[in-house]
Design a binder for this molecule. Structure first.
Ligand code: FES
Length: 167
């Protein structure tokens, strides 16, 4: 086996869910300032991280993302008041589910990037891309028998709601 060499040739697909007000503007600033960062990231913007359903993260992994970034306004800067606090709590529960079903949590990154932090955007994206590149392609998740694992988790209402939202 020469998996290490193989990993070097691997270019991870990263999906970034960001809020329009802060992180998207920060990413835009990085672009217009011509800062260099890996082209591996596909950005999906939302009005607020509070609107990002954990199911979207699940879907991203299912559709072949090797890593997922969720990034919004700094605490207190959210344009919808406590939207990002709410999101953070929800995602904490969701991480537990990912962990339970065997997804390496190192593939998932949360961060705060403001509109002025083009440099921080570059840093966060570069770090996640490099980490996931080292880890290799996402495989675990595709082999999971979701139904069985999920039905073993009846207690957390948020997780149950996420499960019910899958058509
Ligand atoms: S508006 Fe950015 S996290 Fe809520």
């Amino acid at each position: 086996m020469h998996t290490e060499k193989h990993h070097h040739a691997f270019e991870p697909k990263i999906v970034a869910f960001v809020c329009t007000w802060c992180t998207y503007a920060g990413a835009d600033l990085a672009g217009t300032s011509r800062m260099q960062y890996p082209p591996n990231v596909r950005v999906v913007k939302f009005p607020c991280t509070g609107r990002i359903d954990p199911v979207f993260i699940l879907r991203a992994f299912q559709k072949g993302a090797d890593g997922v970034l969720v990034s919004g306004c700094h605490p207190g800067d959210c344009h919808y008041m406590a939207g990002n606090f709410h999101a953070r709590r929800r995602f904490a529960a969701f991480r537990a589910l990912l962990d339970f079903v065997g997804v390496d949590l190192n593939r998932l990154q949360f961060s705060w990037v403001s509109a002025a932090e083009g440099g921080k955007w570059v840093e966060v994206v570069t770090e996640l891309t490099e980490r996931v590149r080292e880890m290799g392609p996402m495989r675990e998740f595709l082999e999971l028998e979701m139904e069985e694992h999920w039905s073993a988790l009846p207690t957390a209402p948020e997780l149950q709601a996420a499960y019910n939202a899958i058509p």
